[in-house]
Design a protein around this ligand. Structure first.
Ligand SMILES: NC(=O)c1ccc[n+]([C@@H]2O[C@H](COP(=O)([O-])OP(=O)(O)OC[C@H]3O[C@@H](n4cnc5c(N)ncnc54)[C@H](O)[C@@H]3O)[C@@H](O)[C@H]2O)c1
Ligand SMILES: O=c1ccn([C@@H]2O[C@H](COP(=O)(O)OP(=O)(O)O[C@H]3O[C@H](CO)[C@H](O)[C@H](O)[C@H]3O)[C@@H](O)[C@H]2O)c(=O)[nH]1
Length: 339
């Protein structure tokens, strides 16, 4: 009974792998390490470096490891990149997910959890956004995820497999025990970048657009702590393994913060005043995304444990500081080698 985690060396996937390890579950990670890191996978958890679209590899892994559930995190995640490189996003997120779903069906895997996104909703007219809101993505990223949702829906209807689709809103923070966090150096997420500015790693932080139809003119997002999100996945896995029906659920806290409010929180928690500059809007950004979360609470019994913005920011800051200290620790050795 092994749980296969695609993208388990990445930011969110690694927190799920930690949750599975903490629960004593047999876990296998498949990751191409394009944005993930070997060091994010806990000791004792096997990591296969490979592509989640490699059907032959997948069939072999499912057989050899007796995989009974798949949690599919692997994918490309930067909204503006998807606007400039749509075909790359449809390939990595949609085409390869099709191969993974096909391998799951053929290998007799009954339980499938998929990382979807609030970006499937586009610019919703009503807030908070319920799961039945219209799905009109405004970026290729959102469309690439929605197409995968549709493939899963139709596969569940036709075959002996059930799925939980989790639509994450904005994921942030880091493992409270400091075992993992957002490590990708070119990450574009607001809270990570603001923490880097507070730690002096960036000269300033840009605010992308201040003329949105929101209270302070900057975009509003529903930030969910990555550990709470991993806990939601564990509940989804329990639900499927107990024979529960397929579900599609929002993951958030039903409350939004503007870009300026997030920046204030990072300044407050860090105690550092960093330079903030106004910049033009970024392509593909909807003004406001806040989740309705009644469904995940009622269907899975989801109860947030770390939903205070300052808590999310404090965990993110601690992780960023640890990354900085590690980088400083290895720097002299690199220098010596260069000489
Ligand atoms: N971070 C967020 O706020 C957010 C919000 C909504 C949804 N999501 C979704 O959550 C999932 C995980 O996102 P993340 O923030 O952890 O990103 P991440 O980039 O840290 O993790 C993605 C992981 O997948 C791996 N990967 C990418 N393509 C692969 C492939 N073809 N085969 C094998 N491995 C591959 C990467 O190496 C990386 O380890 C993604 O599917 C993303 O769309 C993230
Ligand atoms: O330096 C920055 C970085 C971000 N922002 C703004 O902060 C908000 C949040 O941006 P993020 O990049 O942190 O997150 P996104 O909302 O763009 O996207 C995230 O959440 C989405 C779902 O809501 C997707 O799933 C996506 O994968 C995930 O990265 C946006 O308004 C963005 O314009 C800034 O103003 N300055």
């Amino acid at each position: 009974m092994t749980v296969l985690v695609t993208g388990g060396a990445g930011y969110i996937g690694s927190h799920m792998v930690l949750a599975l390890a903490d629960a004593g579950r047999d876990t296998l990670v498949l990751d191409d390490l394009s944005t993930g890191f070997v060091g994010q996978v806990p000791d004792g958890v096997p990591l296969v470096r490979g592509d989640c679209g490699d059907e032959a590899l997948l069939k072999r892994l499912i057989r050899e490891f007796d995989v009974t559930a798949i949690v599919h995190f692997a994918g490309s995640i930067v909204v503006p990149d998807s606007v400039t490189n749509p075909l790359g996003y449809y390939f990595n997120n949609t085409v390869k997910s099709r191969a993974l779903i096909a391998a799951a069906v053929e290998g007799g895997v009954r339980n499938f959890i998929f990382s979807s996104t609030a970006a499937v909703y586009g610019e919703p007219a009503v807030s908070p956004i319920s799961e039945t809101s219209a799905m009109q993505p405004i970026s290729p990223y959102g469309a690439s995820k929605l197409m995968t949702e549709w493939m899963l829906r139709d596969t569940v209807a036709a075959h002996d497999i059930r799925s939980v689709v989790l639509r994450y809103f904005n994921v942030a923070g880091a493992d409270p025990q400091g075992r993992s966090g957002q490590s990708f150096p070119r990450a574009t997420h607001l809270i990570k970048l603001a923490c880097q500015a507070a730690l002096g790693q960036r000269s300033h932080l840009d605010v992308f657009g201040q003329d949105y139809p929101t209270p302070d003119g900057t975009c509003v997002r529903d930030y969910i702590h990555v550990s709470d999100l991993a806990a939601a996945h564990m509940l989804a896995l329990d639900h499927l393994e107990a024979g529960g029906e397929s579900l599609t659920l929002n993951c958030g806290y039903s409350r939004g913060f503007s870009v300026l409010e997030v920046i204030e929180a990072v300044k407050r928690v860090s105690g550092v005043e960093f330079d903030v500059r106004l910049a033009p809007r970024r392509a593909g950004d909807p003004p406001s995304l806040v989740a309705a979360t009644d469904l995940i609470r009622s269907r899975l019994g989801f109860k947030p444990a770390r939903d205070q913005l300052d808590q999310i920011v404090a965990d993110a800051l601690r992780w960023e500081l640890a990354l900085q200290q590690n980088a400083q620790a290895v720097a002299p050795r690199k220098l010596a080698l260069a000489i």
